[in-house]
Design a protein around this ligand. Structure first.
Ligand code: IPE
Ligand code: IPE
Ligand code: MG
Length: 224
C-alpha cells in the first residue's frame, strides 16, 4: 500500500456547473467552495499531510472583472469566517503564488498564514495567482543571483513548495485533461486522476475512491 502524504487538486468546472444550473458562473464558484470544505475535512480524516488546491492561476486574470472580484470576495468571506475553525483543527494555511491582490485580501492572507503557522495536522496550500512557469523562472533567477550551483536540490529550495514533498496524487475535475500551468516541476512522478464530474459535484466518496485506487498502484520511478 502506497503511503499518502500530499494531494494536489485542480478544482475545475465551477463555471460550467453554474451555467448548467442557473446561467450564472459565479453560482458555481459559491457551490465549489462547499466542495472545498468537504475535501478539507476528508483529508483530515485520512490523515493527509498536504492538500494543495489550485484556486486562481496567473492566467485567470484574463477573466471578466466581475468574476475575478466575486472569487476574491468569496475567499475573503471564507477566511474571515473559517480561519478560526481551521486553526482549532490544527490546520496550517499557506498561500503559494504571488500575493498582489487588494490590500484587504493581502492582509487577510498574511494574517491567516501567521495565525496557523505552527499547526501540525493538515497543511493547506492555496495556489492563488499561481503559475508554475513563473515559479520555476524565479527559482532560476535566485540561483543565479546567489551564485549557487544549478542542481535539483538547490532549485527546489527556491520553489514555493520548499520543504513540501511532491504530490502523490493530482486530481483534476471538470472533464478536461491538461495541467494549466500547475506544479509542472513537482508533478513529475504524481499519479494523475482526471474526473468527469465538475468540481461542485465532486464529493467525499469520489475522493475516497481515488485514494483507494492510488494506494494499490505500483509506483516505479523508472525502476521495474
Ligand atoms: C475553476 O472552475 C475555478 C477557477 C478557475 C477559479 P472554472 O471557473 O474554470 O470553471 P469552468 O472550467 O469554466 O467550468
Ligand atoms: C485551472 O483552471 C485553474 C484553476 C482551477 C484555478 P482553468 O479553467 O483556468 O484552466 P484552463 O484555462 O481551462 O486551462
Ligand atoms: Mg475551467
Amino acid at each position: 500500500m502506497n503511503p499518502l502524504k500530499h494531494v494536489a487538486i485542480i478544482m475545475d468546472g465551477n463555471g460550467r456547473w453554474g451555467l448548467k444550473k442557473k446561467k450564472n458562473r459565479n453560482l458555481g464558484h459559491k457551490e465549489g467552495l462547499k466542495t472545498v470544505e468537504k475535501i478539507i475535512q476528508e483529508s483530515v480524516k485520512n490523515k493527509i499531510k498536504f492538500l494543495t488546491l489550485y484556486a486562481f492561476s496567473t492566467e485567470n486574470w484574463k477573466r471578466p472583472k466581475n468574476e475575478i472580484n466575486y472569487l476574491f470576495n468569496l475567499l475573503e468571506t471564507f477566511l474571515e469566517n473559517k480561519i478560526n475553525q481551521l486553526n482549532k483543527q490544527n490546520i496550517k494555511f499557506k498561500v503559494i503564488g504571488i500575493k498582489n491582490f487588494s490590500k484587504k485580501l493581502n492582509k487577510l492572507l498574511i494574517q491567516s498564514e501567521k495565525k496557523t503557522y505552527k499547526n501540525t495536522s493538515l497543511q493547506i496550500n492555496l495556489a492563488l495567482n499561481y503559475g508554475s512557469k513563473i515559479e520555476i523562472l524565479n527559482a532560476f533567477k535566485k540561483l543565479k543571483k546567489k551564485n549557487e550551483l544549478i542542481n535539483e536540490k538547490n532549485l527546489t529550495n527556491y520553489l514555493y513548495t520548499k520543504n513540501i514533498p511532491d504530490p502523490d496524487i493530482l486530481i483534476r475535475t471538470g472533464n478536461t485533461k491538461r495541467l494549466s500551468n500547475f506544479l509542472l516541476w513537482q508533478l513529475a512522478y504524481s499519479e494523475i486522476f482526471f474526473e468527469k464530474k465538475l468540481w461542485p459535484e465532486f464529493n467525499e466518496n469520489d475522493f475516497k475512491k481515488i485514494i483507494f485506487k492510488f494506494k494499490k498502484i505500483k509506483r516505479n520511478y523508472g525502476s521495474i
